[in-house]
Design a protein around this ligand. Structure first.
Ligand SMILES: [Zn+2]
Length: 455
């Protein structure tokens, strides 16, 4: 079974699903007021890869990821563009799914929208008020943090040190500066909902805790998100759930941030690149491979050189699968996938998703497959190729045959040229290379044989 780093304990722990064979995972989704940035791309890929791996292991995964479609940022954009907030949210949600489809991210099992849960949130807040864990301040409803002894668990700080270190501006409506808002009263706003505590909008921390528990129950296996969400967002979700007696998430999983140059990518710095800008330039799988080449908890550096390297590495994978495809026929269908490769792959992934190691196992496999094909050891080559194909699929790096953009005629010529090169018939080899060039395909000769790509 997979072991994952749990931010709540700081330990790498075995995942033990409460229901055998079913893994319940909640991942905080985007606030839809702008095009997604690289940080979004990283988190969706990290949890997509985790989900695909758990499914490959035979578990059912209930993957819930929300859309925050009520938020001050959406309202601000709507105001400045003289539009309805729902139009803004609708537009950027469309962009979101388009980018996720381009990245080959599996759709979550459930995609709750905050605006569809307003009544549930009002009921939830009322319950918190009833038990004395929340109170009505002048401008909304606040959660009384001192009610939760273990508050600060995800921030790795004690309640006491948070209280004394709070740098929040004093707010006369709050009993303590670290109390947080569950409901914000906006009596004059057009975009607001009626509630027993006044006309207004729910807070973001309440949104996720209500939707997660509605769809996954009061306890579930994994709560994921970017490291920047651990505090205060996840801490506050957890506090509300605990106040009402839920055990909530068993494992808190957080992925690291994106680094562009030497700095954390930020909208306030000039190093900001949107996700569609990045993946529009190249094969979108290059970004996925880059994400896989770093451990999910480490900072991830992104620049055009690294994306270019990843795109070239993809060609090795595609060429390996083309080679497999060309050699495949019914006579070798009984050959089992190489168990050694699959075992090492599983060990790497079970160890807190060590995808950098798993990727190096994949590329070593490609090298051995090519050597086996060159030596004429077809059975071994096919066994390795089958293992490679499985790993590629689990990582979401696969393309269907037609997407390899290598028409049959091109593959024929390429293989013919490979044969000529192996026979050291250089005249024929050069002629075939020129013919491929005319068709718009380049060949690069490597130790492992020729690599073909569209020019
Ligand atoms: Zn959330």
């Amino acid at each position: 079974m997979i072991h994952l780093h749990n931010s709540a304990t700081g330990q790498i722990e075995e995942l033990r699903p409460a229901v055998d064979g079913i893994i319940k995972m909640y991942v905080c989704g985007p606030t839809v007021y702008d095009v997604p940035h690289l940080g979004h791309g990283r988190f969706v890929l990290v949890y997509d890869i985790l989900r695909r791996y758990l499914e490959y292991q035979g578990h059912g995964v209930i993957h819930v990821s929300n859309i925050t479609d009520v938020d001050d940022k959406i309202l601000a954009r709507a105001d400045s563009e003289n539009r309805q907030p729902s139009q803004v949210a609708g537009e950027y949600e469309k962009v979101w799914w388009k980018v996720l489809d381009d990245l080959n991210v599996l759709r979550p099992t459930h995609v709750p929208h905050a605006t569809a849960y307003i009544q549930e949130m009002i009921t939830f807040i009322s319950e918190l008020i009833e038990i004395g864990a929340a109170y009505i301040g002048g401008d909304g409803v606040y959660f009384e943090v001192s009610r939760i002894e273990s508050y600060g668990l995800l921030a790795h700080q004690s309640l006491e040190s948070m209280r004394s270190g709070a740098r929040v501006e004093p707010n006369p409506n709050k009993r303590s500066p670290i109390d947080f808002a569950l409901w914000k009263n906006t009596p004059n706003a057009e975009w607001a909902w009626e509630s027993p505590f006044g006309r207004g909008r729910p807070g973001w921390h309440t949104e996720c805790v209500v939707m997660a528990q509605d769809l996954l129950g009061s306890s579930f296996d994994i709560h994921g998100g970017g490291a920047d969400l651990a505090f205060p967002h996840h801490e506050n979700e957890r506090a509300q759930a605990l106040a009402l007696g839920s055990s909530f998430a068993d494992k808190w999983v957080h992925n690291g941030f994106i680094v562009v140059g030497d700095e954390k990518m930020s909208k306030s710095l000039s190093n900001f690149v949107t996700l569609p800008e990045l993946i529009g330039e190249d094969d979108p799988r290059a970004f996925r491979l880059l994400v896989l080449q770093s451990h999910y908890r480490s900072p991830l550096e992104v620049n055009s050189t690294l994306i270019g390297d990843a795109a070239r590495a993809l060609e090795r994978i595609d060429n390996a699968l083309v080679r497999f495809d060309r050699h495949y026929d019914a006579s070798i269908s009984h050959v089992q996938a190489d168990s050694e490769i699959l075992e090492s792959f599983g060990q790497a992934m079970d160890n807190d998703m060590d995808t950098p190691l798993a990727i190096s196992i994949l590329f070593q496999g490609i090298t051995s497959m090519n050597v086996s094909f060159d030596n004429g050891d077809l059975t071994k080559a096919i066994a390795i190729a089958k293992a490679i194909e499985i790993v590629v699929r689990v990582f979401g790096l696969g393309v269907t045959r037609s997407e390899l953009v290598l028409p049959d005629a091109v593959v024929e010529l390429f293989l013919e040229r490979e044969g000529a090169r192996q026979r050291k018939d250089f005249a024929a080899s050069d002629r075939l290379r020129d013919r491929l060039l005319e068709l718009g395909y380049g060949i690069e000769d490597t130790k492992e044989g020729g690599q073909i790509r569209k020019l």
